[in-house]
Design a protein around this ligand. Structure first.
Ligand SMILES: [Zn+2]
Length: 338
């Protein structure tokens, strides 16, 4: 089996995937037409342009603007169920066997849904997706950095109700440059105490010290991106010593110009150093990528061996918040392809 065949056949995990960044443009258009939602255009090509990054954007703040359109149609139970199910269908075509879907429920309450109802709708999409495509999914509930402690605390309180019922973790996302991790320390300490797993976007936009702060102050078990760790050898050594997995998303980092060229991305360097790197899509639609494309990029740009790719896929399974049995099943399936 050649390496590309191996990538396609391997049972993969998707640990860093934003629901609102992975909505099909066709679906946004169809729902908007059906429900009379105002869009800047009703031409599919134009909608695709508005939802996807063509070349690259100025910075992360501009990247985040791409989420406005999908969020407009993610305000009812029916639509959220559909969008979740479609995401599962899309990633299952890449042979993703396990996915953690993340989103900020607070963004889906503009037309009267409560955060509980949003989480229940995603759970229903997950249930249908499992039935139809055999893919296992869990939810990661995202708190936003720019929001007040009170607002994020209310998000945590809702997330807690779904521990053991679809929600496995909480996350912190958004504008990292202006809102350091320590602002939300209490919330993440409480989340840990309640038994939620914790992952935090850190070291995505320039502050490598946020990686250490997220682990030590916010109890992060995984780091979203962590690209900037490369600026400080001590941070890299820390990640190796503590075996903290990085959720890496290469196309997304290129889009936001955190990394200029695929070849400049630190994933290979980290892997060789012994950092537990995983590979993910971040936002399939916004970044116009799929998980297999991300893996193919590793071969084309770094000439990675099958063993190296195997290691990254294995890291993804081990770093997931799936149950021990689910992980064992996936590892057995992966090992059978060796
Ligand atoms: Zn992200």
């Amino acid at each position: 089996m050649n390496i590309k065949e191996f990538i396609k056949k391997a049972p993969k995990t998707e640990l860093h995937c934003h629901l609102d960044g992975s909505v099909r443009p066709e679906t946004v258009l169809e729902i908007a037409k059906m429900e009379g939602v105002t869009l800047p255009s009703y031409d599919l090509k134009k909608i695709e342009e508005l939802m996807k990054i063509k070349t690259s954007v100025k910075d992360l703040r501009e990247y985040l603007k791409k989420f406005a359109l999908p969020q407009k149609v993610m305000q009812s139970r029916e639509n959220i169920v559909r969008i979740t199910k479609e995401l599962l269908e899309d990633v299952s075509k890449e042979n993703v066997k396990y996915i953690e879907i993340r989103y900020a429920p607070i963004y889906h309450t503009e037309q009267g849904l409560t955060m509980e109802e949003v989480i229940e709708a995603v759970n229903e999409g997950i249930r249908v997706g499992y039935q139809e495509f055999g893919i296992i999914a869990n939810q990661i509930i995202t708190c936003m950095r720019h929001m007040s402690v009170e607002e994020n605390y209310s998000v945590l309180k809702v997330a807690e109700k779904f521990i053991g019922k679809g929600v496995v973790a909480i996350d912190l996302a958004g504008n990292e440059a202006d809102f350091p991790p320590e602002l939300h320390k209490e919330i993440f300490c409480e989340a840990k105490g309640k038994g939620l797993h914790i992952t935090v976007h850190a070291g995505e936009t320039g502050e490598e010290e946020n990686i250490i702060k997220s682990i030590e102050l916010l109890n992060a078990e995984r780091i979203g991106h962590g690209v900037c760790a490369i600026n400080d050898e001590n941070v890299v050594s820390y990640l190796v010593k503590e075996q903290i997995p990085l959720e890496m998303c290469i196309k997304s980092n290129l889009d936001t110009k955190i990394v200029n060229e695929f070849r400049d991305h630190p994933i290979k360097y980290y892997l060789n150093k012994g950092v537990k790197v995983t590979l993910n899509i971040d936002n399939g639609t916004v970044s116009n990528t799929t998980l297999n494309q991300e893996y193919f990029g590793l071969i084309e740009n770094f000439n990675m061996s099958k063993e190296e790719v195997f290691e990254i896929i294995k890291n993804g399974i081990e770093a997931s918040f799936a149950t021990k049995e689910q992980k064992e099943r996936l590892l057995n399936e992966l090992n059978s392809l060796k």
